[in-house]
Ligand binder design. Structure first.
Ligand code: BG6
Length: 496
């Protein structure tokens, strides 16, 4: 096994240090990087929250919490003990104390060395991004070697995204701002770049001449749960499509960058976002479907409907979205990209399906057992990460020529025995090293909002409420119709 390179020493300051994201994702990710020996002895983690804890209290809390969120077999008492010694806690209510210089003094005391790299991770509500940035600035904590990490959502529309970007941008230079989209840190998503650009096989076929259409599906079986307060003001288009699904689309559709360098990659992704055909007014009804789950059965367990989770309050927030998207450029003209995502669906899976065109002419006689289906490349992002290429082959044996489609499959779990690291492990390491390739630049975020906003506006004006679908099913029937009216079908799990 290769030993991962050490990450230069850092002070990592996590705002929202007792919150869900920190406890469930960030601290486990840092623990796992520590376990692999990547963190230097003197790398420190300073949690900021309102919890009123001292260092010891915070360490005790995190030692307990880590057990719940670490992958099996990665927790050892010795490693936890050594990891929590890196932890410190500063009490600061950024919601209340943001204007009070005094309240920031403890944080300044916890960061005595201005020469070290500082990572300010804002794992809190986006409305606090600007105030925290200015608090850091007024307390003199922002140095040339500081970086700030912004969690999504960055705004809820273009204007609010711009406002947040402006506020943070008055304190940090664009190169210091790391806007996270955790999908870009997933191993299989990075593998998409490698698959496309490190193999000679695919790129000559990667255009409208050979590709019929592309499907991107992120399907979740979980509901909204405890996040309903945030989610009801967001919905699937803002929560998933504006960021994760559009970023996946960019990686599929982008031109090869001259090199995998931050600006080169981000320039190419931006061009894709700018080439998305705008959907406006009446077109929105034809090219999109929004849905909302009702009560149903997930894995034989009864689960409540979305509005039941809102105590019966009416809501038109979509928990499902399907869209037909076009990329208006030379490479992709006429190739639809079908996107869909939803909560409380029948499966938990994320995949990209590249459907190739059929052969131009069949040389095989027209008999019943000859099935000449077109090749399909399936990139499974989660679970069971892997790549499957469906090929037509001859069924062995006598009895006439019979053809059948079989997958040529690469399972990452089988090919690489190691545990696949969580996206946050990779992304936190990149922030500490100062590599922004997998982070979204301001212009990408704003281009994505520019495209999404007219869809949100058309939905808000529509008198057609979200289509209902029972929890535990594949989503609204209208989403099936969206693709079937083009003579195509959604790829389903049992088809590799
Ligand atoms: C988050 C969304 O960004 O991504 C959640 O806010 C969603 O609503 C989650 O559940 C899905 O991420 P993953 O990695 O579990 O597919």
């Amino acid at each position: 096994m290769t030993v991962p390179a050490r990450i230069p020493p850092c002070d990592i300051v996590v705002f929202g240090g007792t919150g869900d994201l920190a406890v469930r994702k960030l601290l486990p990710a840092l623990y796992l990087r520590d376990l692999d020996g990547q963190l230097t002895e003197d790398t420190r983690i300073i949690a900021v929250s309102r919890a009123g804890l001292d260092d010891v209290g915070y360490r005790v809390k995190i030692s307990g919490d880590l057990g719940q969120f670490l992958p099996a077999g990665t927790r050892t008492a010795g490693a936890v003990e050594s990891f929590v010694r890196r932890l410190h806690h500063v009490t600061l209510d950024v919601g209340l104390d943001v204007e009070e210089a005094d309240a920031w003094r403890d944080l300044a005391v916890a960061l005595p060395d201005p020469g070290r790299t500082r990572v300010f991770y804002l794992a809190c509500a986006p409305s606090l991004f600007g105030p925290i940035s200015s608090g850091l600035h007024r307390s003199g904590l922002v140095t040339a070697r500081s970086r700030v990490v912004l969690e999504k959502p960055i705004g809820h529309d273009l204007a609010s995204a711009r406002r947040i970007n402006d506020e943070v941008g008055t304190v940090f230079a664009e190169e210091q701002i790391f806007r996270i989209d955790h999908y870009l840190g997933k191993e299989t998503v990075q593998n998409l770049l490698v698959l496309r650009f490190a193999n000679a096989l695919f790129e000559p076929l990667w255009h409208s001449g050979s590709i019929d259409h592309v499907q991107i599906t992120v399907s979740e079986s979980l509901g909204v749960g405890g996040r309903i307060g945030y989610y009801d003001g967001a919905g699937a288009l803002r929560d998933m499509v504006q960021n994760h699904l559009l970023q996946l689309l960019c990686l599929v559709a982008m031109e090869p960058p001259a090199q995998v360098q931050p600006e080169a990659v981000r320039d190419e992704k931006l061009k894709v976002l700018q080439a998305l055909r705008p959907l406006r007014g009446p077109e929105v009804a034809c090219a999109t479907v929004r849905g909302q789950y009702t009560a149903g059965l997930v894995g034989n367990c009864p689960v409540p409907g979305y509005t039941d989770e809102l105590d019966g309050r009416h809501s038109d927030t979509e928990t499902f979205a399907a869209l037909k998207v076009e990329v208006q450029n030379w490479r992709w003209a006429g190739v639809p990209f079908y996107l869909r995502t939803g909560k409380r669906l029948d499966r938990h899976a994320a995949e990209i399906v590249v459907q190739l065109r059929g052969v131009p002419h069949s040389v095989f006689p027209e008999v019943d057992d000859v099935e000449l289906v077109a090749n399909r490349l399936v990139l499974r992002l989660q679970p069971d990460e892997g790549v499957h290429l469906r090929l037509v082959t001859k069924v062995p044996g006598p009895g006439g020529l019979r053809l059948r489609e079989v997958p040529l499959s690469l399972s990452f779990a089988q090919a690489f025995a190691d545990r696949l690291p969580d996206a946050y492990e990779r992304l936190l390491g990149d922030v500490m090293r100062g590599n922004p390739t997998l982070f979204m630049r301001r212009d990408e975020i704003e281009a994505a909002w520019t495209w999404v906003e007219p869809i949100l506006a058309a939905w808000a004006e529509s008198d057609q409420p979200p289509r209902r679908y029972a929890a535990g099913t594949g989503g609204p029937a209208a989403a099936t119709a969206l693709i079937e009216r083009d003579g195509r079908t959604w790829h389903e799990e049992n088809q590799q």
